[in-house]
Design a binder for this molecule. Structure first.
Ligand code: CA
Ligand code: CA
Ligand code: CA
Length: 288
């Protein structure tokens, strides 16, 4: 009897798994997600012999994060940033720098690392140069709808073809996938945002920033029912603690992560988890 129950559950579970996998393969060949920085916790620090002390610039703006299914990253140009419209503003002076100009976000190429076993997020590692010939590397940690970027260029590790005063830039940025119903930019989604939506309901064809502040979650520059549904879904959301991401990236760096997991390892883990799930369900059944 016990064996029969196990077999039935296993067949049901595997059927479900295969159906889900087939659906994912049709939809997720290339995945592009749009993100927006949270300025309160997103900083770009310039370390320059001329400027003292280092100034933490504040990051703003948006970008796309493009990646491919893990089993295809070995064959394709891999993960990259696109449509980067992001900049950092000096906290005191009226100057700003495009992120592409200092860490070359659009020019970096990355891949998913094998640092995912038992972790609540995925970790991607990017490499390239900062656009001025200096090596640059960057980590991207993705947890749910949040993406944490941490990267820096290395002006001291390359020939000084651009003089002795080339700045080192250190980027730490938390971004949220859009749509995000934080209309009042408090970084949480609550009644204050609903009030914005109620006030703005019916607005059409406003400038993107204005529309967003009036209750446009999906970026189509109007305020309607679709935006309300976003608010409902996001209600109660707060930003994750970036110290958690930093700790994990530190661990990954010290453990010398390797880019792109082996498919066989991933398959084994999936199989192990499936077996565990089936055993757990059988155990629950027996306990009744
Ligand atoms: Ca809010
Ligand atoms: Ca809208
Ligand atoms: Ca609409």
């Amino acid at each position: 009897m016990k064996r029969c129950v196990f077999f039935t559950l296993a067949v049901v579970f595997f059927s479900f798994q295969f159906a889900a996998t087939a659906a994912a393969q049709n939809d997720d060949f290339e995945v592009t997600r749009h993100y927006r920085f949270l300025p309160r916790v997103s900083r770009l620090v310039e370390i320059d012999p001329v400027w003292d002390p280092p100034a933490p610039w504040i990051e703003f703006g948006e970008f796309d994060f493009v990646h491919y299914r893990p089993d295809l990253t070995a064959l394709l140009p891999a993960t990259h940033f696109a449509n980067v419209d992001a900049w950092a503003s000096h906290p005191v002076l009226a100057i700003s720098e495009q992120l592409d100009d200092v860490v070359n976000l659009s020019g970096l190429i990355g891949g998913q690392t094998n640092f995912y076993k038992g972790q609540p997020f995925e970790l991607f590692h990017f490499k390239g140069d900062d656009g001025n010939g200096y090596p640059t590397d960057l980590f991207a940690a993705r947890s749910g709808r949040w993406l944490y970027l941490r990267g820096e260029n290395h002006p001291d590790s390359a020939p000084t073809t651009h003089g002795p005063f080339r700045s080192k830039w250190i980027l730490r940025g938390l971004a949220r996938q859009t749509p995000f119903a934080d209309f009042d930019r408090s970084e949480t989604v609550d009644g204050g945002d609903l009030n914005r939506w109620i006030t703005g309901f019916g607005e059409v064809n406003r400038a993107a920033e204005v529309a967003q502040s009036l209750g446009d979650a999906n970026g189509d520059r109007d305020v309607d029912g679709a935006d309300f549904l976003s608010w409902q879904r996001d209600l109660g959301e707060t930003p994750p603690d970036i110290a958690m991401f930093d700790a994990a990236i530190d661990a990954a760096v010290s453990g010398a992560v390797s880019a792109v997991p082996e498919p066989s390892a991933g398959a084994l883990i999936a199989l192990g988890m499936t077996a565990l799930a089936v055993r757990r369900r059988v155990a629950q059944y027996d306990a009744r």
